[in-house]
Write a protein that binds this ligand. Sequence first.
Ligand code: G3H
Ligand code: ZN
Length: 277
Amino acid sequence: ALVPTGDLVTAARESGQCCPAFNVIQLEHAAAVVAAAERSHCPVILQVSQNAVRYHGALEPVGAAMLATARTARTPVAVHLDHAETAELVESAVTLGFSSVMFDASTLDYDDNVRETERVARYCHDNGVWVEAELGEVGGKGGVHVPGARTDPGEAARFVRDTGVDALAVAVGTSHAMLTRDAELDFALIERLHAALTVPLVLHGSSGVADDDLCAAVRSGMGKINIATQLNKEFTAAVRDSLATHPDGVDPRRYLGAGREAITHETLRLLAVLSGT
Ligand code: G3H
Ligand code: ZN
């Protein structure tokens, strides 16, 4: 069933856990993640980023597929817009019936980030939609790796108060799209941020983090864990394998099906790791 994102994240935090959010590029991702969630009886968030929307040319085709997958799921599933940088895209997600959005103005300076985010948050709340924002710029989005970026707890508390957002993505040592598992998380900072804020913390760039460190991040206070690259890595390896095994095949269902199974397999593993926290 399609559920509000806030319900999933709040319920997870109340039991000391997180709600994982998996990035979708195409229908196979959504179907694969939901299959794993159903099998593990876990709630999940399906999210699509502005980058993935750009690939499709519009939000509606992929967004409608995600919403339909969520509505028919035999486990609670929320549908979220990830890293939106324009108010127009946020409005399309709200109009389509998304459960939540992330508005990412983290590349702006503090005052501009507050001004833009506050406006979007007001619009979302008027429409009953949960909003995540970012402060401190988690690197890697434009291919720029900024492992040293950190969110200041005092500034974060002020940012949440001034914008009214429901969750905050923070820079604590991760970077987007890391293929090597070598991110060093700053657990002391996660704990300070958790103590300073009344809203859940969101970990971006989780694919660069070792399993034990992900669990420790949840124990330190992370409420939503975003995973994208790790699923794509497994998907692509399976597609590559399938194409190598059947070099004369022409039916995409064979290799896309293999990719879809690989995502289900990896999601099952990640859900088991995260539920062990
Ligand atoms: O917003 C999405 C994420 O932060 C995913 O990052 O590709 O490093 O897992 P990742
Ligand atoms: Zn992210």
